[in-house]
Design a protein around this ligand. Structure first.
Ligand code: TRP
Length: 450
């Protein structure tokens, strides 16, 4: 191992690597998607299944992606085909990488539209739009934004331009260094918001909603939603973590680093929930309001607290920042793939991939207004894209990844990568071979026939 030749530079330190991983995982998934899915799924039972999925399925798959990346030292497609080739296994394993590129494209197309909402909300907070608004006021503010395809398109375009700019400018490294400061700042602001939520008089209701499971709410679809969100929030099943793993130096402890990332990601999501649901109940709002939930609750908090303009502006700026560090991790693999498959330069590949994603995003933009009657399979375009990616593609590629590490790779090779105590490794391997794949399979079958 000592004289392994690296094809590229490695992360300067464990911290730099962690910031990149946290930057990818912490994003709109935590602050926007987790609360609204919790609300749509009836609260605590969803949260419980989500946390169990994170621990038993998300964590082992995150570790698997990193160890594969570190072994393969290339992009996910080449990595899978090299390792499978060395083990004399089918090249079909490289499909994990291919599926990931497609999923990244679909996810980024709507991610950018929601990132655009967050940009619009920076403007609203800076200009003091929230002060004095009541529940109806925030709803109509949000409704007006959704009802205007022109404005949505402009914000979506701005978000996409920012993402393209970062990827094309090759400044992702700088962005990750900035993340060292800004991610903790986002966490601090969430704590401030939880503090505000504690003053609304409905804090206990909010906490009970999040943490007291009502198992009558547990349908197959809720299981599948919780599982899918575990993949989404940790950026799994898409090869992006595998790509990051290729930069991981041999002395970094994969298990400990993965556990840290998983805990940070989960704590941020739970804090967002604890900030939002008390405000929902204090204002008699609907927890199942859907994708607009964060944008219809936090402005009430900012409008009601002292220093709300400052806190609100800071919050949405930091949210956009967190969304950008995730969005670049979605665009990057598409760009790398395109660069490899075509004669395009890096800049051209970034522009083409960015433009193609922007174009698909217009479908999401229009789904809130001009095309709102168009409901393929009874779902909105946002829900359909989410279904295809979070509930189908990510769990399937994730399942393939964990099966590969658990059953195809040799025990000793995996063990050398993970460098755990014998007992910890035994537990890990049992989870990777049985618990995770069976868990994914059951939830999958259960959710799809539902
Ligand atoms: N995890 C990010 C979030 O929670 C979104 C994201 C970034 C993602 N890269 C990904 C999701 C790869 C799935 C796969 O906002």
């Amino acid at each position: 191992m000592a004289n392994k030749t690296h094809i590229h530079a490695q992360w300067s330190s464990r911290l730099a690597f962690m910031m990149a991983a946290v930057g990818s995982s912490v994003g709109l998934g935590n602050v926007w998607k987790f609360p609204y899915m919790t609300g749509e799924s009836g609260g605590g039972a969803f949260v419980l299944i989500y946390m169990v999925s994170i621990a038993l399925i998300g964590l082992p798959i995150l570790m698997s992606e990193w160890l594969l990346g570190r072994l393969g030292q290339k992009n996910p497609i080449t990595t899978m085909s090299t390792i499978a080739g060395r083990l004399k296994r089918s090249q079909a394993w490289a499909l994990i990488g291919v599926g990931g590129i497609l999923a990244a494209y679909l996810i980024l197309s709507f991610y950018s539209v929601i990132g655009g909402w967050a940009l619009a909300y920076i403007k609203y907070s800076v200009t003091g739009t929230f002060s004095g608004l009541d529940g109806d006021g925030v709803s109509s503010l949000f409704g007006n934004l959704l009802g205007s395809p022109g404005r949505l398109l402009a914000w979506h375009s701005l978000f996409m331009v920012l993402t393209i700019g970062v990827v094309a400018g090759g400044v992702s490294g700088g962005l990750e260094r900035a993340a060292k400061l800004l991610m903790p700042a986002l966490a601090v602001l969430l704590v401030v918001l939880v503090g505000y939520a504690a003053t609304t008089g409905s804090f206990a209701d909010g906490l009970a909603y999040l943490f007291r499971p009502d198992f009558s709410q547990l349908t197959g679809d809720v299981w599948l939603a919780a599982l899918g969100h575990a993949f989404f929030t940790l950026s799994l099943g898409m090869g992006i973590m595998m790509a990051y793993g290729s930069y991981l130096s041999d002395d970094v402890n994969i298990g400990r680093t993965a556990l840290t990332v998983v805990i940070l990601d989960t704590v941020i999501a739970l804090a967002a929930g604890m900030a939002i649901f008390p405000v929902v109940f204090a204002n008699q709002l609907d927890p199942a309001a859907g994708p607009g939930l964060v944008f219809q609750t936090l402005p009430l908090a900012f409008g009601g607290m002292s220093g709300g303009i400052l806190f609100g502006s800071l919050f949405f700026i930091l949210l956009v920042f967190a969304a950008l560090t995730s969005a670049i991790s979605l665009l990057e693999p598409i760009v790398e793939w395109l660069e490899e498959q075509s004669p395009l330069s890096r800049l051209q590949a970034t522009l083409v991939a960015g433009a193609a994603t922007w174009l698909l995003g217009i479908a999401t933009v229009l789904s809130f207004n001009d095309w709102s009657g168009f409901q393929p399979f009874g779902m909105s375009i946002l829900d359909l894209l989410d279904y295809l990616t979070s509930k189908l593609m990510l769990p399937l590629t994730g399942l393939a990844t964990i099966l590969f590490v658990g059953w195809v790779m040799g025990r000793d090779e995996v063990r050398a990568q993970l460098n755990m105590s014998p007992t910890a490794f035994a537990v890990w391997r049992f989870t990777a071979r049985f618990v995770s794949p069976i868990g994914v399979a059951i939830v999958f079958i259960f959710g799809l026939i539902n």
